[in-house]
Design a protein. Structure first.
Lengths: 306, 304
């Protein structure tokens, strides 16, 4: 409760005290935007952690070995993530549903365990120290990026591109018979998602002193997925609300901090069962009548008819 | 080298046993049960706590743990899967709700410190635990220059026998026919008078019991036990196994399990331990892209 009181009565003090939390919320919001884009086009891809890793490692390696300014490093990191997203997307996006999810999981773990842990330049699993880390300065670009990216993606969903994504999501066959180039639009969504995830990874290195390969496992992607599911994916605000809510939750209810994963799991199950459209999103609760209830109702009705 | 192949067969048995349960649920329910690895972990943890913390002999403890895992399977069915089926939700929703359950299961063991509700489950403050030596007799054989531990041999025998039994049940019994009918076409099976909900519940029970057994064998002979053995050791590798063998195919999962064991050992011998970890996922990725029906699957729709 103190959390909210301070937020409203003393916003400056709140900001100073919770800077890291706010930065983390911002990063998670950007990641939520990243997974939203592929969700919106009807694809369950779980490669976001891998693209984050590419963005993060590229940024740090460039600032270690090249004299380029930091924004350039970050830009290159995000663009490289997008380029690799394109290459990975070429074979992978032919898959659908669960198979697509599994293939992208395979990509994330093959990248982390097979490549990052074995290259000398990435520190072989020891991680890398970031020379340009700046925990306090790093928060500003994050806070600026979140609303800009939100706006851009929100605009995007209202263009022809966004309409094509929605059409593919609702019915792929119908979309393609209406002349929508399904593979191309899917690829655009995947590459944009990779770009945003890579950017989030690059931003995150900026507030941490250290790039740790264990951060970029499938566990991370699943966390990002819960943001999207809990928030809802009908519009871009949903995943962001999910990210803010789930990141801040352990801080709000301190006494449950140890049981954070239990709480997260329960929330996830309750949302997917009773509110499939997420917290944000139209419509009420989905009511699932148990079988005895329907049976009882029909019996009542039969009795009334007599 | 022969010793390495032998090790590959032992670890492959665990992969196969784990993946058979995984693939059974996928074949019958069309759902990827991501809580399966948490059940695997609980199989090991429950047996451990009964043996080491409560002084029970090994065999009854193992039986209890396997039953507990089967009941957890029913919990998965009733909490995470059945409500979604009632609503005709897409299969992706079930994947997410089982992730939720997996989070809860892992966190329960993780937080089982003294004074908490589940403190009987875990040694206080331990990161990882081991069965006390002498829990089961472990004679070592030396045959033709190879060292064979008794427990590992036991794993091999138990898994092969169980998989043969499962194969027999699926092929030749009434229950197996009903299962295959449901997997083939749910609606037609309902029209034939098969109680589909009951089939789903028993599938989850059997699958989770097998997963729990795989977990306790793994903890007994191959590795330390921690709340993360499911997530780190078998969850994603199990995915690789069922993809290699063709999703939903039981013989495929068995072959895929042994194949993955062999691939890993060869990668280890050839390139060293660092590459070994990534090999499973590279294989998974390649198979999905090049041959999505799996290495042994003739057609994508043929199952079980």
């Amino acid at each position: 409760m103190d959390f909210f009181i301070q937020l409203f009565t003393d916003p400056v003090g709140f900001y100073n005290q919770h800077e890291l939390l706010i930065a983390q919320i911002g990063i998670n919001a950007i990641l939520a935007i990243s997974i939203f884009v592929t969700f919106y086009s009807g694809q369950l891809t779980l490669a976001n952690a891998g693209f984050m890793a590419i963005g993060a490692y590229t940024t740090v390696i460039m600032s270690l070995y090249l004299p380029t300014p930091l924004p350039v490093d970050m830009l290159v990191g995000a663009l490289l993530a997008a380029a690799i997203g394109f290459l990975v997307g070429l074979p992978v996006l032919r898959l659908r549903g669960v198979f697509l999810a599994i293939a992208t999981i395979g990509f994330v773990e093959a990248l982390r365990l097979g490549v990052i842990l074995n290259l000398p330049i990435t520190g072989e699993g020891q991680g890398l120290k970031n020379p340009s880390a700046d925990p306090l300065g790093g928060i500003v670009p994050i806070l600026i990026s979140v609303p800009i990216l939100t706006y851009l993606v929100w605009r995007l969903t209202h263009t022809r591109l966004g309409q094509a994504w929605a059409a593919i999501r609702e019915d792929e066959l119908a979309a393609s018979s209406n002349g929508i180039n399904v593979p191309a639009y899917k690829m655009v969504a995947f590459v944009i998602s990779a770009l945003v995830a890579g950017y989030a990874g690059a931003l995150e290195t900026h507030i941490n002193f250290f790039v740790d390969p264990t951060e970029y496992s499938v566990t991370r992607t699943i966390q990002i997925l819960t943001f999207a599911v809990v928030g809802g994916t009908t519009n871009v605000i949903g995943p962001i609300v999910g990210a803010v809510f789930l990141t801040a939750l352990p801080e709000i209810v301190r006494q449950f901090a140890a049981y954070r994963d239990v709480v997260n799991g329960i929330i996830l199950i309750l949302v997917i069962i009773f509110r499939p459209q997420g917290i944000v999103g139209r419509g009420g609760l989905a009511i699932i009548a148990p079988r005895w209830w329907t049976r009882w109702r029909t019996r009542e009705r039969a009795a009334a008819a007599h | 080298m022969t010793q390495q192949v032998l090790n590959a067969i032992f670890i492959g048995s665990i992969y196969a046993l784990f993946a058979v349960g995984y693939t059974l649920v996928f074949g019958v329910l069309d759902v990827l049960n991501l809580a399966h690895s948490a059940v695997f972990m609980l199989g090991a943890v429950v047996t451990y706590s009964l043996v080491a913390l409560h002084g029970m002999p090994f065999l009854p403890a193992a039986v209890i743990a396997i039953l507990v895992c089967g009941l957890l399977g029913l919990l998965i069915e009733f909490v995470a899967l059945r409500p979604l089926r009632r609503r005709n939700a897409p299969p992706i929703s079930a994947l997410i709700s089982t992730i939720g359950l997996a989070l809860i299961f892992v966190a329960i063991v993780e937080q089982a410190t003294s004074g908490s509700l589940f403190s009987w489950l875990w040694q206080d403050g331990a990161n990882s635990v081991r069965f006390p030596t002498g829990t089961v007799p472990n004679p070592t054989f030396h045959v033709a220059g190879l060292t064979i531990e008794g427990t590992k041999l036991g794993i091999l025998v138990i898994s092969v026998v169980l998989m043969l039994v499962l194969g027999y049940v699926m092929r030749f019994t009434q229950v197996g026919r009903a299962l295959r009918a449901v997997a083939e076409n749910r609606r037609a099976a309902t029209l034939l008078g098969i109680n589909v909900d009951r089939i789903f519940a028993s599938t989850l029970f059997v699958s989770s019991a097998l997963g729990g057994l795989a977990g306790l064998l793994f903890g007994l002979a191959l590795s330390d036990i921690s709340p993360y053995i499911g997530r780190d050791q078998v969850e994603l590798k199990g995915l690789a196994v069922i993809v290699l063998g063709g999703m939903g195919s039981i013989p495929g999962a068995v072959l895929g399990g042994y194949l993955l064991g062999l691939i890993e050992v060869f990668a280890f011998v050839r390139f060293g331990s660092n590459i070994e970890a990534g090999v499973a996922f590279a294989a998974l990725f390649l198979v999905l892209v090049l041959r999505p029906q799996g290495l042994f699957g003739a057609r994508l729709r043929e199952r079980l």
